[in-house]
Design a protein around this ligand. Structure first.
Ligand code: FAD
Ligand code: NAP
Length: 560
């Protein structure tokens, strides 16, 4: 029942007639009953089957799927500006300050390389020094794309309000036992609220709106999908003068000479594209680059980056950042081995030292939800928190991959379990990923170190090969770090446990092999798979040298 129809019923007249009455008595009675009933109606309209806190990859995926299944859903999204003042629209980290702008800047850097390769392929171009890059043009193009995605995301949510048949045939299954929901089974309803959510109680989520007012939402179920934000080290000058990935993609000025602190995914990817765009980039590494990844591969990636001009400061941590009169930043750092101090001057300092979950701001403890002491992340059992009607997906989860497709898949499956009687749970194992360093790295399954730790060296066979992408030959590009590795069980049928690919388009290559691994890929099957020639992915079908054999893994011939 809509607000209007409730008012009509209470006045015993149409709202129009009600407004036209002249008698004070009649008018005031009408107003009284209308207000009371409107309040009731508002109360009704603030009751939701699912309230999602966080309109990023995981939250939106779950909200949309739940609405498709007939649930009444509200999504709250709010972006607290970064310490440098960067803010953005609906869609979360991936769209605004993560995967998408990163991939576009990575591609921009690769195009710079391609321009130089093009000369060898016969393109007549200005001499190398005259091929320039314009930061403002790139930044504006990236930001325009982001805004178009923000807009489409909002339109998608609005369109969810139209009457449409549920996409899932048995969508009514859940509703059969819930009479009040049956009415809504053909309606996808998502209320998008641009407000900061926090728990008032375990079933009531308050939204602090932009005008400072608060709105209370009654939730039968709540999904926490608030993701995380970059951490800053607790050193003088960090918050005042430095930036993070929240700021780099919208930076008003060209970054210039940049120090990137942190050698995880974000640190290496940012250093890679900044160097590729022509900026002087230095990475400060505390322990080892890409800790947790296959370390042989991490070394190859860093070697490649170094050769392309990226500098590395190993075993160092920053201790202070000071702004000089000319606006540059003087960074002092300490060597973790001997505590010796050193300093240098940069135009930009970018911290990529990990991300913190946004659960404190959400007052999760008010709802009784437990969080991990150190990280603030939430431990769940199939996305269910310790409070049975409160769920969580995405980056906010403890010990789960912080990746967009993971958040999306978990969100969708959760919606099916909550509103469609589904039983399928998220499989967090063997999730493929790619590090978009200039020479990309795609991987699925175990690193060599982890496989040895779990299975023992004797139980494993490690196949490997260096290879030369055909397109590298004409411009004589260095292919010495194009490498593949397949880790499998030594016992027949040699189940594949991990696959690693370093080379161009690594994400595109590894995606299909991830599906194969999910189907139980064995080395025997891989060896009988016919490759596609001439591609780089076919190298996985040609790999025959084991590390154990000690044979030379460098390429002998191209086509036989
Ligand atoms: P988010 O997308 O972060 O969404 C959470 C939303 O909730 C945000 O909009 C936030 O502002 C909002 N919010 C927070 N608190 C509240 C509150 N109290 N009330 C209302 N709203 C709130 N992953 C990949 O798979 N591939 C990549 O190439 C990749 N590259 C990345 C590059 C960078 C630089 C970064 C930072 C991340 C990258 N990631 C990548 C990771 C990916 O972006 C995240 O895993 C993904 O966005 C997580 O989705 P989420 O829904 O958990 O959270
Ligand atoms: P991360 O991978 O955890 O790396 C953090 C880095 O910062 C590590 O090298 C760490 O060193 C270092 N560090 C931490 N504290 C430090 C300090 N005080 N001083 C100096 N160095 C410090 O985090 P991230 O790179 O921020 O990425 C976050 C998540 O985003 C990733 O886990 C990933 O899932 C996701 N992401 C994915 C992609 C992709 O799919 N391509 C891209 C970007 C991000 P130690 O190793 O010594 O701790």
């Amino acid at each position: 029942m809509t607000n209007m129809s409730i008012v009509r019923f209470a006045c015993g007249s149409s709202p129009r007639l009600c407004r036209s009455r002249t008698s004070f008595m009649v008018k005031s009675t009408c107003q009284y009953s209308a207000t009371a009933v409107e309040e009731k109606a508002n109360e009704q309209s603030s009751k939701y089957d699912l309230v999602v806190i966080g309109g990023g990859s995981g939250g939106l995926a779950c909200a949309k799927e739940a609405a498709h299944l007939g649930a009444k859903v509200a999504v709250l999204d709010y972006v607290t500006p970064s310490p440098r003042g960067s803010k953005w629209g609906l869609g979360g980290t991936c769209v605004n300050v993560g995967c998408i702008p990163k991939k576009l800047m990575h591609h921009a850097a690769l195009l710079g390389e391609a321009v130089h390769d093009a000369r060898a392929y016969g393109w007549v171009l200005p001499e190398k020094a005259k091929v320039m890059h314009n930061w403002e043009v790139l930044r504006n193009a990236v930001q325009d794309h982001i805004k178009s995605v923000n807009w489409v995301t909002r339109v998608e949510l609005r369109n969810n309000k139209e009457n449409v048949e549920p996409s899932v045939p048995n969508a009514s299954a859940f509703h059969d036992s819930e009479n009040h929901l049956i009415r809504r089974k053909n309606k996808r309803t998502i209320d998008y609220i641009n407000g900061r959510g926090y728990f008032h109680s375990s079933h009531v989520v308050n939204a602090v709106l932009n005008n400072g007012k608060e709105r209370s939402l009654n939730a039968e179920k709540v999904l926490i999908a608030v993701g995380g934000r970059p951490r800053y080290p607790d050193i003088p000058g960090a918050l005042e003068h430095c930036i993070t990935s929240d700021d780099i993609f919208s930076l008003a000025r060209p970054p210039g000479r940049t120090l990137i602190v942190g050698a995880g995914y974000i640190g290496l990817e940012c250093a890679g594209f900044l160097n590729g765009l022509g900026y002087d980039a230095t990475v400060m590494v505390r322990s080892v680059p890409l800790r947790g990844f296959d370390q042989q591969i991490a070394q190859l990636l860093c070697g490649e980056m170094e050769e392309r001009g990226v500098k590395f400061l190993h075993k160092c941590i920053p201790t202070r950042v000071e702004k000089l009169e000319n606006g540059q930043l003087k960074v002092t750092w300490s060597n973790v081995k001997d505590s010796s101090l050193q300093s240098d001057v940069f135009d930009t300092v970018l911290f990529a030292v990990g991300r913190r979950a946004l659960t404190k701001e959400l007052a999760v403890t008010t709802a009784g939800v437990h969080t991990e002491k150190e990280s603030g992340k939430i431990r769940t059992d199939n996305e269910q928190t310790n409070i049975p009607h409160i769920f969580a997906v995405g980056d906010v989860l403890h010990e789960k991959p912080e990746l967009t497709p993971v958040a999306i898949q978990a969100g969708k499956l959760l919606a099916h379990r909550l509103f469609n009687g589904g039983s399928e749970v998220m499989d967090y194992h063997n999730v493929a990923t790619t590090v978009f360093t200039p020479l990309e790295y795609g991987t699925v399954g175990f690193s060599e170190e982890r496989a040895v730790e779990l299975f023992g060296e004797d139980k494993l066979e490690v196949y490997h090969a260096f290879y030369k992408p055909t397109e590298f030959s004409v411009p004589q590009r260095n292919a010495s770090r194009c490498y593949i590795k397949v880790i499998c069980e030594r016992e027949k049928p040699h189940k594949v446990l991990g696959m690693h690919f370093v080379g161009p388009q690594a994400g595109e290559v590894i995606q299909g092999f991830a599906a194969a691994m999910k189907c139980g890929l064995t080395m025997d099957l891989l060896k009988t798979t016919v490759g596609i020639h001439p591609t780089t992915a076919e190298e996985f079908t040609r790999v025959f040298v084991t590390k154990r054999s000690g044979l030379d893994p460098t390429p002998q011939s191209c086509c036989s």
